[in-house]
Design a binder for this molecule. Structure first.
Ligand SMILES: Nc1ncnc2c1ncn2[C@@H]1O[C@H](COP(=O)(O)OP(=O)(O)OP(=O)(O)O)[C@@H](O)[C@H]1O
Length: 251
């Protein structure tokens, strides 16, 4: 039986008087892996922040696992957009991963040996074990992204939001991250990912949310990932053709 893990109803949000999300409504099934797509400025990051109480909403309701966000937040993981993080913050990769365990450790307590073991294991899984003691500011963009994924892994959440985890990473990191996302899905976790590369949407995601201020469409990729929906979401700026079942960009 399909279980609903997120219900969003009539959510609107703005920056001062500029409304950037209008009456957004959708429901998400447990175990789904959704790509959130839409042009620059469509409100994708704002949507995630609004769902996670990081940005105020003007109206609407958000319900995770049948509860408001505050009650469900231990079960929710977030990988922010890389550009929004202060990378000069003096901390090493291991400490960043340990932050994913603070819900379990408690903010004022020190991590135990078993917590550190979990953090090292997650770094190892992301191919970052050799960089555990390296300052986060001294890692490349793709390596920083891998560390953030490791932090999400140790948190062992049930629902993950990731804001462009594949932006600016090389092919190997992209494959490593996608393998992790599929593994999370395999464990029954739910994942929503802001994604820009329309050519990989059909390969990577089983659901797609088309967003441009409003939800233009949300559903199974095999049903809703059509050139009509892409055109409706992105406007007339791009021409799209369907070739051998895949979408090819003609900028
Ligand atoms: N801190 C802010 N203050 C004022 N306006 C903002 C702020 N952050 C975003 N906006 C505006 O809100 C709108 C939605 O931005 P948002 O970052 O959510 O879009 P996005 O779909 O994630 O874009 P991108 O694909 O470029 O990352 C844009 O018009 C943007 O200019």
């Amino acid at each position: 039986m399909v279980k609903t893990v997120l219900t969003v109803k009539d959510l609107s949000a703005s920056y001062r008087k500029n409304t950037v999300l209008e009456n957004v409504s959708f429901t998400v099934e447990q175990g789904s892996l959704t790509g959130i797509v839409g042009p620059n400025g469509a409100g994708k990051s704002t949507l995630i922040k609004s769902l996670l109480n990081l940005h105020p909403t003007l109206s609407g309701t958000v319900d995770f696992f049948g509860q408001p966000f505050k009650k469900a937040q231990q079960a929710i993981g977030y990988v922010p957009q890389r550009g929004s993080v202060d990378w000069d913050f003096p901390t090493n990769a291991l400490d960043v991963v340990l932050m994913g365990l603070y819900g379990k450790i408690g903010w004022l307590k020190l991590p135990s040996r078993s917590h550190k073991k979990l953090a090292y294991e997650a770094l190892d899984k992301m191919g970052m074990i050799d960089y555990a003691e390296r300052q986060i500011s001294q890692l490349s963009g793709g390596q920083q992204q891998r560390v953030f994924l490791a932090r999400a892994l140790v948190q062992d959440a049930d629902f993950y939001f990731m804001d462009e985890p594949l932006a600016g990473v090389d092919a190997a990191t992209e494959q490593a991250i996608m393998a992790i996302l599929k593994e999370l899905k395999g464990k029954g976790k739910t994942v929503m990912v802001v994604h820009h590369d329309l050519q990989t949407v059909a390969d990577y995601f089983d659901h797609v949310l088309f967003l441009n201020r409003r939800v233009l469409e949300y559903g199974k990729t095999s049903t809703v990932f059509t050139k009509e929906n892409i055109a409706r979401t992105y406007g007339g700026n791009m021409r799209w053709t369907l070739e051998e079942g895949s979408h090819v960009v003609h900028p």
